[in-house]
Design a protein around this ligand. Structure first.
Ligand SMILES: *[C@@H]1O[C@H](CO)[C@@H](O)[C@H](O)[C@H]1NC(C)=O
Ligand SMILES: *[C@@H]1O[C@H](CO)[C@@H](O)[C@H](O)[C@H]1NC(C)=O
Length: 204
């Protein structure tokens, strides 16, 4: 029953994505995979909060906490920053975050499969990411983030809940790929915190 409902929903969503040929841009594939990811992320409360002990936290690098405020700060401070740079950081950071969450979950944990499904969806998103041009090097500050995320012996650790990490993922995704998430409200500012405060009641 649940399965067939899920299937129907999937089919319906597929249809909606296929129907309007006017919207077919080169970014369509990217948006399709991001929307699938978004739908999966809607289940993060149950999987990353209710299925875990109260206030359970995991240890992550400073850089793995990538929030809206980071985007605002980087946009203000880094010269020659392109959205593609931030999108690359988003992808890398969140793939690292998922690895960290998986490391603390036993295979039979009720959230294990959810997390590996997210990993798969991230791989799909990565496959349709536009490659960065060879001629351009990312700004130094961005390179620095890559380096620090990959460092095994980081000096800076923070303890955060898996749910808050996925909240960051969800919000920054809307901010960085806002073309993929059109809204009826034209004033919608996914990059601003007030949008998400307001949205709390809507289970976002
Ligand atoms: C969980 O954290 C909240 C907010 O920091 C705190 O009020 C609450 O007492 C904590 N609950 C437990 C069981 O530690
Ligand atoms: C985001 O900002 C926090 C400080 O608020 C910092 O510790 C973290 O490294 C930043 N993340 C990235 C990816 O720059």
């Amino acid at each position: 029953m649940v399965r067939s409902t899920a299937w129907l929903l999937g089919a319906l969503l597929g249809l909606i994505c296929v129907l309007p040929p006017v919207l077919m841009t080169p970014r369509t594939a990217q948006c399709t995979s991001l929307k699938t990811l978004k739908n999966k992320l809607i289940g993060r409360r149950r999987n990353m909060k209710h299925n875990l002990p109260i206030n359970y936290t995991i240890r992550v690098h400073y850089e793995e906490v990538f929030k809206l405020s980071n985007i605002t700060r980087l946009r203000a401070r880094v010269e020659d920053l392109e959205d593609g740079d931030l999108q690359d950081v988003w992808l890398l950071v969140n793939q690292e975050v998922l690895k960290r969450i998986l490391r603390v979950l036993p295979v039979r944990h009720p959230s294990y499969k959810y997390t590996t499904d997210l990993e798969d969806l991230f791989r799909k998103v990565q496959q349709v990411f536009p490659p960065q041009s060879d001629e351009r090097e990312p700004p130094e500050q961005i390179e620095e983030i890559y380096k620090r995320v990959k460092e095994i012996d980081s000096k800076g650790w923070r303890f955060v809940t898996p749910k808050s990490l996925l909240d960051n993922c969800y919000r920054t995704m809307h901010c960085l790929f806002k073309d993929c998430f059109p809204s009826e409200d034209r004033e919608q500012d996914y990059c601003g915190l007030p949008h998400w405060r307001k949205g709390r009641k809507r289970l976002q």
